[in-house]
Write a protein that binds this ligand. Structure first.
Ligand code: 5RP
Length: 218
């Protein structure tokens, strides 16, 4: 189901594009499909060191985001999505770079299997990237939001920071929580993608591919 969604995202690429590429097993299927049978891209901006390595391994040119203008397309997976195409991301710990690259792209195509669909975000623990010295402060503030913060053991992000996974949230207003969490000093960013949600979610299901689109695409 992940592979079907990944392959369907190839249709959004134009020959010669430079595209943004996400992180995780579904993004890996996308990279492999791109290399095998996708349109010839001019290069890609990676949302993690692991993705950069996989792209380069296929001979796809990896570019620095700072050397690119706005990109046409970002393709990435997610841990959860809701009816408004708001997402939780960061299961792989790449949320900050993913958010930076997503924000740099005109269209965000999210590729998932059917297990990622939810009515209300928050069953998947919400990842928050934190500067190490702020861990205790951030955990106290998260607890006051009603969440249970759990340090991700033996994990350091590509940016040299830690991840706190927040359990027990039922996220009724994702944009507002995304903003509030990002105001806590020491939070680099959190894994809610609601201020910049997906534009399209391609869902691999047992019955075939489903396409969900957000009404107003910027
Ligand atoms: C990585 C992510 C991934 O997109 C998310 O965890 C989904 O992963 P997978 O495609 O392996 O199910 O946000 O930080």
């Amino acid at each position: 189901m992940k592979q079907a969604a990944a392959k369907a995202a190839l249709d959004y690429i134009e020959v010669g594009d430079v595209i943004g590429v996400g992180t995780g097993s579904t993004a890996n299927y996308f990279i492999d499909a791109l290399a095998r049978s996708g349109p010839a891209v001019d290069g890609a901006v990676a949302s993690s060191e692991a993705t950069a390595e996989r792209l380069a391994g296929h001979g796809i040119r990896v570019l620095d985001l700072n050397d690119c203008g706005e990109l046409p397309l970002y393709v990435d997976g997610a841990d959860e999505f809701d009816a408004g195409l708001n997402l939780i991301k960061g299961g792989g710990g790449a949320l900050t770079r993913e958010k930076i690259v997503a924000e740099s792209c005109r269209q965000f195509v999210c590729i998932v299997d059917a297990s990622k669909a939810v009515d209300v975000l928050g069953e998947f623990p919400l990842p928050v990237e934190v500067i190490p010295m702020a861990r205790a402060l951030v955990c106290r503030r998260i607890a006051s939001e009603g969440g249970e913060p759990v340090l991700r053991e033996r994990f350091v992000t590509d940016n040299g920071n830690i991840i706190v996974d927040v359990r027990g949230l039922r996220i009724g207003d994702p944009s507002s929580l995304e903003m509030r969490l990002n105001q806590i000093p020491g939070v680099v960013t959190n894994g809610l993608f609601a201020l910049r949600p997906a534009d399209v979610v391609l869902v691999g299901t047992r019955a075939g591919l489903e396409r969900r689109e957000r009404e107003e695409i910027q």
